[in-house]
Design a protein around this ligand. Sequence first.
Ligand SMILES: Cc1ncc(COP(=O)(O)O)c(C=O)c1O
Length: 394
Amino acid sequence: MKVEFYGHVRQYKNIQQEIDANMQEVLLSGNYVQGPMLKRFEAELAAYHGTQYAVGVGNGTDAIWLALMALGIGPGDEVITHPNTFFATAEAIWIAGATAVFVDCCPKTKCICPDKIEAAITPKTRAIIPVHLYGQCADMTAIRKIADKHGLKVIEDNAQAIGARGPNFRIGQLSDAATTSFIFQKNLGTFGDGGALVTNNAEIDARVRKLRNHGSNARNVHSYGFNSRLDDLHAGVLSAKLKHIDAWNDQRRHWAARYTAGLKDCKTIDLPVELPGYRHVYHLYVIEVKKPEWRDSLLEFLNKEGVDAKTHYSIAIHQQAGYPWGKGARIVGGVPNAEANAACCISLPMFPELLEDEVDYVIAKVRAWDAQHAAQAPAGKGPAQSGALCPCCR
Ligand SMILES: Cc1ncc(COP(=O)(O)O)c(C=O)c1O
């Protein structure tokens, strides 16, 4: 059997009529850039998040640096995030001209550890970018509290967790802006690139609208800006898909529960941790081997058996060759949890349209590898999950 990592074509076939109808509407309207379909989708996206505004932009990376620029954050400023995220989180800080400051993640959630943030704050710190990694929210309540105490902005990098929630907060509620990516692999993805930010701040909304369109909101009138717009064809695809996002996320949660039930007695791996009260939307289902030297062995075994497992992300940002490429960057307090995550992570296939047979096949293959190595397994958690627990992990 072959189990793919993504299922976009299955998803398209399931709702082809809805997507095709929206695309036809755009094609026949003659309005392809900043037209009525983009307006409609922005309104739907804001309503979905319960925010006042949503602005479509070219991609999820642009959404982050446009938010930073709209907040006036740039050269001479520091922005705190964590290094075990997709590269773009830090890239956006550098594009804005600011300095990236990395602190460690929590051993359980892999999101930024609120306990590590305050030690990294200096007079130059302007913002924190928590990433809702793998589909589970960072502890926004704790992060907002720190931000308020020190007068900092918060931008949620929500590329991976649209539809997730915290125990008593929604995405977009406790930050200045939440950004997202619509690249095709995401829980809400188009057939190409796309991104957006949602906010309750009218100034951020107005500034990003102008910045994304050559510094213009009236014909022939320009100020400093860029070209980073979400095309109407993509907006049409996303408008059709947004109606299904909660059901699709439920289905991801269903497969995650099946993986967890099938793998919970494995001796060689630690499973993803879903914190009580959080709605994890499993953009990725990431297991962690208990010995780093096992990672490539298990990955290769799964690939050879037809399971398209991957890693997210096997090289932490500060471990990339040439880091930090002449840009400003600091690591505060060490990042052992992030480094262990990079060394031990394996993502199993995860998308709503998976079939029961496929999930069970993946479980069987992981279990087969586990049975071969269980005798050498250390007792307790592996290095990626055995770091000191902070309040949100406890
Ligand atoms: C956490 C995170 N941040 C930012 C991005 C950047 O989004 P994009 O690829 O749309 O620029 C991605 C995904 O690609 C991501 O996973």
